[in-house]
Design a protein around this ligand. Structure first.
Ligand code: HEM
Ligand SMILES: *[C@@H]1O[C@H](CO)[C@@H](O)[C@H](O)[C@H]1NC(C)=O
Ligand SMILES: *[C@@H]1O[C@H](CO)[C@@H](O)[C@H](O)[C@H]1NC(C)=O
Ligand SMILES: *[C@@H]1O[C@H](CO)[C@@H](O)[C@H](O)[C@H]1NC(C)=O
Ligand SMILES: CC(=O)N[C@H]1CO[C@H](CO)[C@@H](O)[C@@H]1O
Length: 327
C-alpha cells in the first residue's frame, strides 16, 4: 500500500489490519487480560486456590492440565466437559473421561471467583487459567493466557467418544485430528509433551503389553524391558492401577518425556507415533540434544493455540454461575 499522501490515516489502516486480522482469524475476540476491568484479581484468585490445592493434592496437576485439552477438543474450549447430565449422557460420562479428575477443584475456583465478581469469569476460561497454573506449579514456564471465552450449554457423550483422540492413534490420525482444529504438526509434538506430568490407567495401554494384534502378543515397537516392567505393574484387564507416564518425574514439568520416545518407552501408541513423522521426530531429537532449549516456551505458545479452538466470545453462549450446570 502506498502511504505517501494521507500518511497517518493510511498508517492507521495498516496498523488496524496488523492487529485485527490475526485476531479475527484465530483469537476470535480473546485477549490477554480480558478481565482486567471487570474482575482485576481474577487470575490471582485462580492462582491462590490452585496454590492451596497443590499443597494438599499435588497429584491433581496432571488431571487439571488434561481437562483443558479434553474441553477444547470436543466442541471447542467452552466448558462443556464440566457439565453434568441428569441422565449421564454428557461428555464427562464418556469412557475416555472416566479418568478425568479435579472437577471439585474447578468448583472451588469458581466459588472463589463468584464471591469476588459474580457472573463475570467463564468456566471455559477457568480451565485455561488452571491449566497454565498447573504448568507453572510443576516447574514449567509461565505464559500469558488469552481470556474472554464464554460457556456453551451443550455436552454430548457421543461427541467425546468420537472427538477425543484414542491412545491407539497413529501419526496420520494424530496430524489430521490436530489440523482439523487449526493446530500444526509442531503443536502436536509440543503438546504431547504434556505427558511429562501425570499418570495413566493400565487400561489405556494394556493392548500394547498383552494383546497387540489379538494373538496375546506385545507391541514390537515397545522396548521389551519396559514391557516387562509394565506387566509387573498391570495385570491383564486391570481397570484401576495408575502408571507414571514419565517415570520418576511425574510431577515435574521437564523434557524427559522426549527422552523416552526414541528409547521406545513412550507409553501410548500416540506417543511412539511421534517417531513416524520427520518433523515431529526432528523436534524430539532437537529437544534431547539441547536439553529442551525451546520446549518450555513452545509449550505456552501451543497451549494458547489450543485455547483458541472453537471458542464462544462476545454475546455467544453465557457465563455459567455453576460450572456443572447451564444457567
Ligand atoms: C495427542 C493426543 C493425545 C492422546 C491420544 C492422549 C491420551 C492420553 C491418555 C490415554 C491418558 C491417560 C488417561 C488415563 O488412563 O488415566 C492421558 C493422560 C494425560 N494427558 Fe494426554 N493425550 C493426548 C494429548 C494431550 C495433550 C494435548 C495434553 C495437554 C497439553 C495432554 C495431557 C495429559 C496429561 C497431563 C495426562 C495425565 C492425566 C492424569 O494424571 O490423570 N494429553 N492422555
Ligand atoms: C491410521 O489409523 C487409521 C484409523 O484407525 C487407519 O484408517 C489408517 O489406515 C492408519 N494409517 C496407517 C498408515 O497405519
Ligand atoms: C486377545 O484379543 C483377541 C481378539 O480381540 C481375543 O479373542 C482374545 O481373547 C484376547 N486374548 C487375551 C489374552 O486377552
Ligand atoms: C443454549 O444457548 C443458545 C445460545 O447460545 C440458546 O439459543 C439456547 O436456548 C440455549 N439452550 C439452553 C438449554 O439453555
Ligand atoms: C467424572 C465422570 O463423570 N466420570 C464418568 C466417566 O464415564 C464413566 C462411564 O463411561 C462413568 O462411570 C464415570 O462416572
Amino acid at each position: 500500500m502506498a502511504c505517501s499522501k494521507l500518511f497517518l490515516s493510511c498508517l492507521l489502516v495498516q496498523l488496524t489490519f496488523l492487529f485485527l486480522v490475526p485476531e479475527v482469524a484465530h483469537g476470535q475476540g480473546l485477549k490477554v487480560g480480558f478481565y482486567q476491568k471487570a474482575c482485576p484479581n481474577a487470575e490471582a484468585i485462580v492462582k491462590g486456590v490452585i496454590h492451596e490445592v497443590m499443597s494438599v493434592a499435588p497429584s491433581l496437576s496432571g488431571p487439571l492440565l488434561r481437562m483443558h485439552f479434553h474441553d477444547c477438543f470436543v466442541r471447542g474450549c467452552e466448558g462443556s466437559v464440566l457439565l453434568n447430565s441428569p441422565t449421564n449422557q454428557a461428555e464427562k460420562n464418556a469412557i475416555p473421561n472416566q479418568s478425568l479428575r479435579g472437577f471439585q477443584t474447578i468448583d472451588r475456583v469458581k466459588t472463589a471467583l463468584e464471591k469476588a465478581c459474580p457472573g463475570i469469569v467463564s468456566c471455559a476460561d477457568i480451565l485455561a487459567l488452571v491449566a497454565r497454573d498447573m504448568v507453572v506449579a510443576t516447574g514449567g514456564f509461565s505464559y500469558d493466557v488469552e481470556t474472554g471465552r464464554r460457556d456453551g450449554n451443550v455436552s454430548i457423550m457421543n461427541e467425546a467418544l468420537n472427538d477425543l483422540i484414542p491412545p491407539t492413534a497413529n501419526i496420520t490420525t494424530l496430524k489430521a485430528d490436530f489440523a482439523k482444529r487449526g493446530l500444526s504438526v509442531k503443536d502436536l509434538v509440543v503438546l504431547s509433551g504434556g505427558h511429562t506430568i501425570g499418570t495413566s490407567h493400565c487400561s489405556s495401554f494394556s493392548n500394547r503389553v498383552y494383546n497387540f494384534t489379538g494373538k496375546g502378543d506385545a507391541d514390537p515397537t515397545l522396548d521389551s524391558n519396559y514391557i516387562a516392567r509394565l506387566k509387573l505393574r498391570c495385570k491383564p484387564n486391570d481397570q484401576t492401577t495408575l502408571v507414571e507416564m514419565d517415570p520418576g518425574s511425574v510431577r515435574t514439568f521437564d523434557v524427559k518425556y522426549f527422552d523416552l520416545i526414541p528409547k521406545r518407552r513412550g507409553l501410548f501408541t500416540s506417543d511412539s507415533a511421534l517417531l513416524d513423522d520427520s518433523e515431529t521426530k526432528a523436534y524430539i531429537d532437537l529437544q534431547i540434544k539441547t536439553g529442551g532449549s525451546t520446549f518450555f516456551k513452545d509449550f505456552g505458545e501451543s497451549m494458547v493455540n489450543m485455547g483458541r479452538i472453537g471458542v464462544l466470545t462476545g454475546t455467544a453462549g453465557e457465563v455459567r454461575k455453576v460450572c456443572s450446570k447451564v444457567n
